[in-house]
Design a protein around this ligand. Structure first.
Ligand code: NAD
Length: 498
C-alpha cells in the first residue's frame, strides 16, 4: 500500500503519529493509499522549519521570488497531463475537469509572478517641511492554508502562490481525501528553486488543524471548506490573534427570466449543476425560473438533458462527470434526496439507484432533479454538494431577487436574461458576493478577488487578486525627516504638518 507522509524542510517525511486515513479510488471504491495524520508535535516541527527558512526568503528581492514562480509554472506545464490524471484518480473528476482545476490554480501563480509590481509601496515627497512619508509592505512570517477536497490543485495554489511570492513561509494542510497533488506541488516548488522549508505540507485531520490554530508562530490562516468548520476556524484563529480568512459552503441560484435564451440557460444549468458531480462551491444548485410559463418551458428542456447525462469513470473522455469523492459523501447526498421526497418536493429525475456496469463499487450517482422546491425545505436551505438540482418557481422578478438575497449562503448567483436593465438592477441589488450575467459559474479571474458573502465567507479580505497581497503582508508606514539644519526644539503637542 502506498504511504503518503508529510513534506517538511524540502523532503517527504514519514508520519510518526501512528494515525492514518484511507485515500480511495472513487472509480472502484478501493483504498489506494494511506495518508499520515500529523500529531501536534509534527505540526510544531514543520512550523519551526518554516520559521527558520522564512527570513532569508523574505529578504530576497521580489524579482527573484517571481523567477521561482515562473519556473514553477514551466514545471507544472511540463507534467500537466500526469498531474491531472493523479488528481482525477483521487478526486474522481474527469481528466478535462482536472486540467481546469490545475489551470485555475496556475492563473494565480501567473498573478503572483507580478509580485515586484504588486508589493510596491507608496511615497509622498514633501508631506511636511523636509518630511517624506512612505509605506512599505512586508511579509507576515509563517502563514498556513487549510484546504478542501474539491479543488486539490487550485485552492492550495490560490493560497500558497501569493503568500510565498510576498515572502512568507507556508504550511499547507490539504484535504486528507486527495493529498497527492499537494505533495507533488511541494516537490515542484522545490525543483523550481524555492528554498527548502518555505513550502511545507502537513497532512491530517482536526488534530493538525488545531495545532495550526494554537501555534503562536503562525501569523495568518486561510481556510476553504464547509461553513461549520469555516466558522470554527475563524473564531478560534481570531481569538488566537491571527489574521484569518475562511470561505465556506454555498447554495448558488440561477435566475431564468422569461426573456432568457432557454437553450443557453439549459446548457448552463446542466453544466453548472452537474459538472464535477456538483462538488463545486460555485455549482448551481437552485434554478429559479420566473413565472409559471418560464418554469414549464425550462422543465420541458431540462428534464431530458438531466436524464441523458453521461456518467462514467474519471478516465472516460466522454463522461459529463465522474464518481463522487467517497462512498460516505455519496450516501450523504442520497440521504438528502430521500429527505427532499419526504419534504414534498417533486423528484422529476431520480439518479439514486444509478449503477455503472463494471464499476459497481464506485461512487457513482445519477443526476437528480427536483421541481416545486420551497424555501422552507431543508434541501433548499442546506448545501447538498452533489448532482442534485432544485427548481424553485418564483412568481415574479422581485421574488427571484429575494431568494438568493435572503439565503444564508451568498457565494455565487447568476441571472439569465436578454434585458440589460434587469441584469443591471439584479447585479446591484442581490446580496451575494459573485454575480454572473448569462454566465453560470462566475469565478472571477485571478487579478480580481474571489469571495462569498454571509455564511459563505468569514473575514474581510477575499482570495487572490489585490486582496491576497493585503492579506499576506503587513503595511509599515514611515515618516522621515532629513533636514540637517532644522531645529524646532521639543514639541509637546501632537505633530501636525505646518
Ligand atoms: P470540510 O470542511 O470537510 O474540510 C475542509 C478542511 O477542513 C479539510 O482540510 C479538513 O481536513 C478540515 N476539517 C474537516 N473537519 C474538521 C474539523 N472538525 N476541525 C478542523 N478541521 C477540519 O470540506 P470538504 O468536504 O473538504 O470540502 C467541501 C466544502 O468546501 C463545501 O462546503 C464547499 O462548498 C466548500 N468550498 C468552498 C469554497 C469557497 O471558496 N467558498 C471553495 C471550495 C469548496
Amino acid at each position: 500500500m502506498r504511504e503518503i507522509g508529510h513534506f517538511i524542510g524540502g523532503k517527504e517525511v514519514k508520519g510518526t503519529s501512528g494515525r492514518t486515513g484511507d485515500v480511495f479510488n472513487p472509480n472502484t471504491g478501493e483504498v489506494q493509499a494511506r495518508v499520515a495524520f500529523a500529531k501536534t508535535s509534527e505540526v510544531e516541527h514543520a512550523v519551526a522549519v518554516a520559521e527558520a527558512a522564512q527570513p532569508a526568503w523574505g529578504a530576497i528581492n521580489p524579482q527573484r521570488r517571481a523567477r521561482v514562480m515562473f519556473k514553477f509554472l514551466e514545471l507544472i506545464q511540463a507534467e500537466y497531463d500526469d498531474l491531472a490524471r493523479l488528481l482525477s484518480s483521487e478526486h474522481g473528476k474527469t481528466f478535462a475537469d482536472s486540467k481546469g482545476d490545475i489551470q485555475r490554480g496556475l492563473e494565480v501563480v501567473e498573478f503572483a509572478c507580478g509580485i515586484p509590481n504588486l508589493m510596491k509601496g507608496e511615497y509622498s515627497e514633501g508631506a511636511g517641511p523636509g518630511i517624506d512619508l512612505f509605506s512599505i509592505r512586508q511579509p507576515l512570517g509563517v502563514v498556513a492554508g487549510i484546504t478542501p477536497f474539491n479543488f486539490p490543485a487550485m485552492i492550495p495554489l490560490w493560497k500558497a502562490a501569493p503568500a510565498i511570492a510576498c515572502g512568507n513561509a507556508f504550511i499547507l494542510k490539504p484535504s486528507e481525501r486527495d493529498p497527492s497533488v499537494p505533495m507533488r506541488i511541494a516537490e515542484l516548488f522545490l525543483k523550481a528553486g524555492l528554498p527548502a522549508g518555505v513550502f511545507n505540507v502537513v497532512n491530517g485531520d482536526k488534530e493538525a488543524v488545531d495545532a495550526i490554530l494554537n501555534d503562536r508562530r503562525i501569523q495568518a490562516v486561510g481556510f476553504v471548506g464547509s461553513s461549520a468548520i469555516a466558522e470554527y476556524i475563524y473564531a478560534k484563529g481570531c481569538a488566537a490573534g491571527k489574521r484569518v480568512q475562511c470561505f465556506g459552503g454555498a447554495k448558488n441560484h440561477m435566475i431564468v427570466m422569461p426573456d432568457a435564451d432557454m437553450d443557453q440557460a439549459v446548457d448552463a444549468l446542466v453544466g453548472a449543476g452537474y459538472g464535477s458531480a456538483g462538488e463545486r462551491c460555485m455549482a448551481v444548485s437552485v434554478a429559479v425560473p420566473v413565472g409559471q410559463k418560464t418554469a414549464d418551458a425550462l422543465m420541458k428542456k431540462l428534464v431530458p438533458r438531466v436524464e441523458g447525462l453521461k456518467i462514467g469513470p474519471s478516465t472516460d473522455p466522454n463522461a459529463d462527470y465522474g464518481p463522487m469523492v467517497t462512498r460516505a459523501h455519496m450516501n450523504k447526498v442520497r440521504e438528502y434526496v430521500d429527505l427532499g421526497v419526504k419534504e414534498g418536493a417533486k423528484l422529476v429525475v431520480d439518479g439514486r439507484n444509478f449503477k455503472l456496469q463494471g464499476y459497481e463499487n464506485g461512487n457513482f450517482m445519477g443526476g437528480c432533479l427536483f421541481d416545486e422546491v420551497t424555501p422552507q425545505m431543508r434541501i433548499y436551505k442546506e448545501e447538498i454538494f452533489g448532482p442534485v438540482l432544485s427548481v424553485v418557481r418564483a412568481k415574479d422578478y422581485e421574488e427571484a431577487v429575494r431568494l438568493p438575497s435572503e439565503h444564508d449562503y451568498g457565494n455565487g448567483v447568476a441571472i439569465f436574461t436578454r434585458d440589460g436593465d434587469t441584469a443591471r438592477d439584479f447585479t446591484s441589488r442581490v446580496q451575494v458576493g459573485m454575480v454572473g450575467v448569462n454566465f453560470a459559474i462566475p469565478v472571477p479571474l485571478s487579478y480580481y478577488t474571489f469571495g462569498g458573502w454571509k455564511r459563505s465567507g468569514f473575514g474581510d479580505l477575499n482570495q487572490h487578486g489585490p486582496d491576497s497581497i493585503r492579506f499576506y503582508t503587513k503595511t509599515k508606514t514611515v515618516t522621515a525627516r532629513w533636514p540637517s539644519g532644522t531645529k524646532e526644539g521639543a514639541e509637546f503637542v501632537i505633530p501636525t504638518m505646518k
